[in-house]
Design a binder for this molecule. Structure first.
Ligand code: ZN
Length: 380
């Protein structure tokens, strides 16, 4: 199997008007063409010369299409298929704060899918444990099963499916000390759902935590005499998640983060209600309501999103005015770099042929996951 894509291709060196060849193993074989400016790309892209960007990488996915990662079984296959139709080529299946039996059930259902990608689906790179090692005072929409890190528990879960990322609240007793062990085991640590101070944040970064989970949401805000966890992130972080659905974070606050944090990247925090009509859904075991694009608990707390990565890109470019190349890095390359994946998140010879093909309005025309063309006909 070999294929070629033609258009304005975004490479690490900039746009090229030309051809991207995919080899039989699903990798980029070669990119040939002539350099093009972003202005040329936006003005001259059309059906016969579309825009080709690295496929989106989403490190925070709870669900889609009525299914939740916590269901275990085949739920994650359906979730990975639905997100692939929105241009996501790699994702981390993200679990909720839950009793350990529920986490074991979820991870047992994910192990096979992490080893072997399902046809027509995004690559599931592994698991993001969003809790239970968080603060009971900053649950957001997480149910109240928060508890300190137990390394034996993570080790047992790790045998079921590869854990790539763990969200923790560093101020919870014992959690700070656990960071070094997690990092040594090859797991990324992200600070989130936290009541911690600026100093707690700095101490966690010094121990090896690298990122922040949905920056601004469910963490202590910045005050000029009490800079909080948001202050620690803006002052020191290289990486942080942002949810650019324009509901979770004001566009002005997103701009602050983009100026301060060099490799801030987009996630969806998408729930089972993603790609579904307004109505009642579940986030983990909790009932949530989808209405007007938002997903909320009965008390009005935002409970994840219905965002997809193609919309995240359009929000960054169309609403916030980011250059396309920068928006692309924040939907692909930075997340790949956070996980140290050199052959994802960029279109270059030898990298996986994970790509999205977009028209002039940044609507998806085609998606390729490891060289496989994804059927978009039923996309919601
Ligand atoms: Zn989440």
């Amino acid at each position: 199997m070999t294929a070629t894509l033609q258009g304005f291709i975004l490479t690490p060196q900039g746009f090229v008007a030309g051809t991207l060849a995919i080899d039989g193993a699903g990798r980029v074989q070669a990119i040939q063409g002539t350099p093009a400016t972003e202005a040329e790309v936006r003005n001259e892209s059309k059906a016969d010369r579309p825009i080709i960007l690295p496929g989106f990488i989403d490190l925070h996915v709870h669900g889609a299409a009525g299914r939740d990662v916590m269901e275990g079984g085949d739920a994650a296959v359906q979730i990975a298929r639905r997100h692939a139709r929105h241009g996501t080529t790699c994702l981390l299946a993200t679990t909720m704060t839950a009793p350990v039996e529920d986490l074991e059930q979820a991870l047992a259902g994910l192990g096979g899918l992490c080893r072997q990608r399902a046809p027509q689906a995004a690559r599931v790179l592994g698991v993001h444990l969003e809790g239970p090692f968080i603060s009971a005072a900053r649950l957001g929409a997480q149910p109240d099963f928060a508890r300190p890190v137990r390394l034996e528990e993570i080790q047992r879960l790790q045998e079921l499916a590869p854990i790539r990322l763990v969200t923790i609240a560093p101020e919870v007793p014992g959690n700070l000390e656990a960071i070094g062990h997690l990092v040594a085991a090859g797991i990324r640590v992200q600070i989130g759902h936290t009541q911690g101070t600026y100093e707690d944040g700095v101490a966690a970064l010094e121990r090896g935590a690298r990122g922040f989970t949905h920056l601004f949401n469910a963490m202590t805000p910045l005050h000029h005499r009490l800079p909080g966890m948001v202050g620690a992130a803006l002052a020191h972080a290289e990486y942080a998640e942002l949810i650019p659905d324009l509901l979770h974070v004001h566009p002005g606050a997103i701009r602050v983060a983009l100026r301060a944090i060099p490799c801030a990247y987009c996630v969806t925090d998408s729930t089972s209600a993603t790609g579904m009509p307004d109505g009642e859904y579940k986030l983990g075991r909790q009932p949530v309501t989808k209405c007007l694009g938002g997903v909320r608990l009965a008390d009005g707390t935002l409970a994840g999103s219905t965002l997809t990565m193609d919309r995240a890109l359009r929000n960054l470019v169309d609403t916030m005015g980011l250059p396309l190349a920068d928006a692309s890095r924040r939907t692909a390359a930075h997340a790949a770099d956070f996980l140290a994946l050199a052959d994802r998140g960029r279109l270059a010879p030898g990298a996986w042929a994970d790509a999205v093909v977009l028209d002039r309005d940044l609507q998806l025309q085609a998606v390729h996951v490891e060289g496989e063309a994804i059927e978009l006909a039923h996309a919601a």
